[in-house]
Write a protein that binds this ligand. Structure first.
Ligand code: H2B
Length: 102
C-alpha cells in the first residue's frame, strides 16, 4: 500500500489498539504528552526535529506550558490518517519515553 493511501476506519482502530495513549479517527491521531517542565517539553520538540525531517512527515503539535498535544494526519492524503502517521506516532512515543514524559 502506498504510504499516502488513507487508512480505513477499521485500520485506524487497529492501529490505535497498538498505540496506548492515542485517540483519534480517520481524520487524525491525537495524543498529549506531559513533561515535568516547560523547558523539558520544548526540549522534546527540538529533539525530534532530525528524525521527523528524515521521515519527511511532520506533526501538527502545540505547546501549553509542560504539555505537547500532537495531531497526526497526512495533508497529501486529504488530511486523512495514513501509515506514515502511525510510523510517526511510534517515533514520537519512543522519543517521549527517552525524554521522560510523565
Ligand atoms: N507531513 C504531513 N503531516 N503530511 C504531509 O502530507 C506531508 C508532511 N507531506 N510532510 C510532506 C512533508 C510533503 O510535503 C513532502 C513533499 O514530502
Amino acid at each position: 500500500m502506498p504510504t499516502a493511501t488513507a487508512l480505513t476506519a477499521a485500520q485506524v482502530t487497529q492501529a490505535l489498539g497498538a498505540l496506548p495513549g492515542w485517540t483519534g479517527t480517520t481524520g487524525g491521531l491525537v495524543r498529549t504528552y506531559r513533561f515535568t517542565t516547560f523547558k523539558a517539553a520544548i526540549a522534546y520538540m527540538q529533539a525530534g526535529v532530525d528524525a521527523i525531517d528524515r521521515l519527511d512527515h511532520h506533526p501538527e503539535w502545540t505547546n501549553v506550558y509542560n504539555r505537547i498535544t500532537v495531531q497526526l494526519r497526512t495533508h497529501d492524503a486529504g488530511n486523512q490518517v495514513t501509515a506514515l502517521d502511525v510510523q510517526l506516532a511510534v517515533l514520537l512515543d519512543h522519543l517521549a519515553a527517552e525524554h521522560h514524559a510523565v
